[in-house]
Design a protein around this ligand. Structure first.
Ligand code: RRO
Length: 311
């Protein structure tokens, strides 16, 4: 159990890298995975940033997608109902983003009654879409606590809180998220990188600056997991630069309970399945999660009641 959810294995697809799930179902055996996190959902549909939105850099990828998503109404009405039949065993987290406290609260309220997913991942660290007034929520202690505690009051589902890699006081942020009611922490989002001069080796994106992911981010993600592990008993989800089994093991040994893969899947969509296979050989397969009781299944929720992530 992690944050009250039974994951069949610790390998998840990271937010923003697999759409809502159906987009990758033709190339990835979703049923083999521990789960996935959807693209971040906002109150209104967003078209996102100008192309190019993604580019390759040395040992890294940079993106500035700009939160392109169909908006919460479309997600609630047309997308979530498809997810229940897509894969029975994986656990699905819906990523939520917003410009304001009210936007987060409203999106969660609108999704709360829906089925087809098991928990929320609050994206408080998007590098490409500044909240009204500047810094991302993850780097503003008061704003972070208002969002997490406000959402906590509106749902019993597990709340994963996704933090930033460039936080000068990550331990303080972790404690703040925990005291506000987080069930788990996802570490880390992409690292903000600036636009650079024309002609430099670093590629340019339509929007200018972007978020860096891929192998170059791995030491940053690992360090964040170790720091968080030192100050909280909440489950930690490690993400950043995981290409294969040995990277995943490194995160698990650093104290992560789950790992997420994203950038690696663009080059090799089945990389996460291979990580599952190797981990299973090393650790033995996890017991298949039992079908949740009818009521929980109907609401789509597996409510965190245990000390590891109880609301
Ligand atoms: O949409 C994006 O540009 C984006 C988001 Br919301 C995020 O959280 N992290 C990222 O690298 N890109």
């Amino acid at each position: 159990m992690v944050a009250g959810l039974r994951f069949q294995n610790p390998v998840l697809l990271a937010a923003g890298t697999c759409g809502f799930g159906p987009e990758v179902a033709g190339t990835v055996d979703l049923e083999r995975l521990g789960g996935w996190v959807t693209k971040s959902v906002t109150l209104e549909p967003r078209r996102g940033n100008p192309a190019p939105r993604v580019a390759e850099a040395p040992d890294a990828m940079i993106n500035s997608v700009g939160l392109a998503n169909p908006g919460v109404e479309e997600v609630r009405r047309r997308i979530l109902p498809r997810l229940r039949d897509l894969a029975k065993r994986p656990r699905v987290l819906v990523s939520v983003a917003g410009h304001s406290l009210d936007e987060y609260l409203r999106v969660v309220e609108l999704l709360e009654e829906s089925t087809g997913f098991h928990g929320f991942e609050l994206n408080l660290s998007c590098p490409n879409d500044q909240r009204l007034g500047g810094r991302p929520f993850a780097l503003d202690r008061e704003a972070l606590q208002s969002v997490v505690s406000g959402v906590r009051e509106r749902t019993d589902r597990p709340l994963f809180v996704k933090l930033a890699p460039h936080d000068p006081d990550l331990e303080g942020t972790v404690r703040a998220a925990e005291s506000a009611g987080a069930s788990a922490l996802t570490l880390v989002n992409t690292l903000p990188v600036s636009e650079v001069a024309e002609g430099a080796a670093w590629p340019r994106l339509g929007a200018g600056p972007g978020g860096m992911s891929g192998p170059a981010l791995r030491p940053v993600g690992l360090e964040a997991v170790r720091k968080a592990r030192g100050v909280t008993r909440l489950p930690v989800v490690g993400v950043g630069g995981i290409l294969g089994p040995s990277d995943a093991m490194e995160y698990l040994e650093a104290g992560a309970s789950l790992i997420q893969m994203g950038t690696a899947t663009f080059a090799d969509p089945r990389a996460p399945e291979r990580v599952v296979e190797v981990l299973e050989r090393a650790r033995g397969p996890a017991p298949v999660p039992p079908t949740p009781p009818a009521a929980a299944e109907a609401s789509g929720s597996e409510v965190a009641r245990s000390p590891d992530g109880a609301p």
